[in-house]
Design a protein around this ligand. Sequence first.
Ligand code: PEP
Ligand code: MG
Length: 799
Amino acid sequence: MEDPVIVWLENARRGDVALVGGKNASLGEMIAALAPKGIAVPPGFATSAAAYRSFLAANDLAPRMRDLLDDLAARRGTLPDIARAIRRLIEVAPWPEALAATIIEAYDELCRREGQPNVAVAVRSSATAEDLADASFAGQQETFLNVTGAGPLLDAVRRCFASLFTARAIAYRDTKGFDHLSVALSVGVQLMVRTDIGGSGVMFTIDPETGFDRVVVINAAWGLGETVVQGIVDPDEYVVYKPLLSDTRRVPITEKRRGEKAIKMIYGAGGERTRTVPTAKAERRQLVLDDADILTLARWAVAIEAHYGCPMDIEWGRDGTNGRLYIVQARPETVHAHEDTSVLHTYRIGAKGKTLLEGVAIGEQVVTGEVCLVENVADQADFVDGAILVTHTTDPDWLPVMKRAAAIITDHGGRTSHAAIVSRELGLPALVGTGTATERLHSGQTVTLSCAEGDTGFVYDGPASVTAETLSLTDLPETATKVMLNLANPDAAFRWWRLPSDGVGLARMEFVIANRIKVHPMALVRMEAVRDEAVRQQIEALTEGFDDRSAYFVTGLAQSLARIAAVAHPKRCLVRFSDFKTNEYAGLLGGSAFEPAEENPMLGFRGASRYAADAYRAAFALECRAIAMLRQHIGFTNVAVMVPFCRSVNEADKVLAVMAENGLARGDDGLEVFVMAEIPSNVVLAKSFASRFDGFSIGSNDLTQLTLGVDRDSERLAAIFDENDEAVRWMISTVIREAHAAGAVIGLCGQAPSDHPAFAQFLVGEGIDSISVTPDSFVAVKASVAAAERELARVRAPA
Ligand code: PEP
Ligand code: MG
């Protein structure tokens, strides 16, 4: 039986690539398999490979195309000229009557089904040899949006046929070894969703940077989705934690970052189908999606991933007329699918030059090199091999230059832009959405691009010192002692998801505040006390769009901590209330208005003493609200809290009371409350502390400082700051013994075992329950804990 010329999308299946190309096959599969689950895909039909072939045959084009391709092979013409000549052959060839009639009939049927004439459709190319596992190279052929009426439709379909012979498509097939004439082009004709007056974007069912597979990452902008795909707009970004999606009481959104969204693509007027216009100020301020839409899309993403059985890269749209969401495309994510998961590469940046630019970091590497600024793809011959490519934005035409670059920096684009996707696939670090790279950087300038510091990347002036390490994750031993992670940078937290840790043993809230919130919490409660006009303006800018300023703190802190809690989930994540010293608090925006100048902040107004004090009580209430939001609203009930620097039992009682006043009563909803054991008083009165808390975490940094009387920050005393000192060891053994005698669990989260893995041996010998270390030392500590446990078993075994 001959293949049909028209295939309705609902009748196409995943395996029909030869008939309708990869894109249309995927759309058909989703309509058939996922529509029953409530996932909406706009309806439509496809012209099949047979339609394309019959078009060529009716016009006897193949021999002429073959001749031109032979000319190209024999170098009797340039690639652009020959490509143009082939396209021209197709574009001027008349439609065979019967074929045209069949396509128009299908279009009329679509109009009938929609109940209106001349419905607007998207006309998209779908090549039959499109390598589905090679996403960044897809989208090589034409797409025509907002096509209405039979004549324009036929014209668009024919131009799609012709676009199989753009210079870049020919070059791509040559490198992949595909025969030009055995590839065919199917054209998808799909009902337009009115995203021009709504919004659209892209989502991944894993974190595209780290491969973290328990999140969905969604990008969103106003108008048609091409702006996000091409990376000419800086979109909003939302992150959703998948395992909590099934619990309808929770809103597991761990990130809602507002993008600039300076432009949008809308329907054009007159002859033009679409055009790009600036967005209104209100649109820039507003998030494109609300929580309900974010959760719906995330649920759909999870269902699509489950159906295909692999991580997916999905395009979605929201119709502005009815607010409905649609999936317009889905294909397998390709980068992490091919990744070696047995090793973890880490990069750390040391001494570096001045920060020149910031942007969205793609990849995790650091590269130093010379800038080569190329503004137009037509000038790609000017690019110097191995340089850092700096440009406005990229599209598939840029691929040849990108392949020759050591790194890529663009003005525009988000995590799902062309530049980002191709960079990942090429294994190159990139910084996208910098806004001003092409203005600020110039050719020949030496810079360092760092993507090793989390989601935000930086360009530094000149070279920088970098340590690169490869951690092997194969054959890591099991240990009875828990080995946990100290994580404090929400931006970089996802990077560590592959470490087989027993949860997070210390998340220092003050680091998260410094990294993400930047404003002193009291300044948000009592802005009138902040007199400095420049500071007030900075605070106004940061808190723009929030109902009240304290919501900025609470939501921001809860979402930032959620990124850390997600890495630990379902294991415990111990979040410690803020423990800045007064001088550090004063350094936050607006902080100087609220903090006393102390002679010795290390021994000053810090830790537990602040929480019930008038000068900080209102701010502590915000810290509590953030934890409540994290546990109850977002749903991370694996989060336990910890009280730092608690000098006395009386202070402990006060803190527990203030926490309860702020909705965090110990034991409520399973809330565990820990206390740091880091002051000699905690050791001396361990039993009394144990009766008030669920457990301890030893802070060997402060405990060493206070046992030996050595300022931990003093350079001059560095040599005598020693956690291995007998007195410090006595403190540690004693508090472990006392805690256990009182039935409390006890771990250690100070720096000592991270810096000296052998210290772990001592702790294991003392019977500690857990050790929490910095992620880069996790593998070494895990090994030394295992060795210590083996040794202990040997010594204790009966002879
Ligand atoms: C410690 O004192 O060991 C500790 C972990 O806390 P910080 O270093 O934050 O004072
Ligand atoms: Mg401490």
